[in-house]
Design a protein around this ligand. Sequence first.
Ligand SMILES: NC(=O)c1ccc[n+]([C@@H]2O[C@H](COP(=O)([O-])OP(=O)(O)OC[C@H]3O[C@@H](n4cnc5c(N)ncnc54)[C@H](OP(=O)(O)O)[C@@H]3O)[C@@H](O)[C@H]2O)c1
Length: 216
Amino acid sequence: METVGILGGTGPAGRGVALRLASAGYDVVLGSRDASRASEVATSLGSALGGEITGSTNESAAVCDTVVVATPWDSAIATVSPLREQLGGKIVISMVNALTREGRELLPLYPARGSMAAQLAFALPESRVVGAFHHLPAAQMQDLDSMLDADVLIFSDHAEALDQVVELVNAMPGLRAVAAGSMSLASPIEAFTAVCISINIRHKVHSYVKLAGLDK
Ligand SMILES: NC(=O)c1ccc[n+]([C@@H]2O[C@H](COP(=O)([O-])OP(=O)(O)OC[C@H]3O[C@@H](n4cnc5c(N)ncnc54)[C@H](OP(=O)(O)O)[C@@H]3O)[C@@H](O)[C@H]2O)c1
């Protein structure tokens, strides 16, 4: 089975994705700027999940078959750029949202190329960048008993890579993959995260995206 590395995997977003990947049987490497911190986090996530979660450096996580970028938006490019060679030819999944807080609302920021996924694709021209996981609430992702039943909108300009991420996401408990389309959709998909989080703040809930009408 393929291995998945998560850059910035020690944060809430990376932990949630790691837990659900490991539940599906994938071996996961949590990447960090500090390998010992990543090992501690990996240990805290527990064992007996099907796949194994280990903690290491971002450089080691980048050696995995598929790599997820789960750093804050303003450090994503600086994190992946030195890893361009290792990430060449691989699927790199961006879950990065560029957001800023204003009072009780989150507002989207628009990077120069319109989205963080497009920024990453520009920084990693030899990789196949796929966008996924943007709208997922980390707290429920980390709680395997939370009854999460969320949709994951997936986009890429690489059709085969998109299909592979659809398969990966559908294997993860509590998630349904929805192939949304090309990189052109990255900007609205990422920006919609600001709407999701603002609704959760306003209504004091942990809602998530689930599209109606998709089942045939
Ligand atoms: N939280 C969510 O519910 C959620 C859901 C969907 C998508 N996302 C997206 O996923 C990404 C991560 O979210 P998060 O809440 O997990 O973020 P976070 O906790 O702020 O950061 C994640 C990890 O990134 C590393 N990091 C922090 N600052 C860094 C820097 N300057 N340079 C390099 N690495 C740095 C840290 O790991 P080390 O200190 O171990 O290196 C940290 O644990 C964000 O882009 C967010 O928009 C979040």
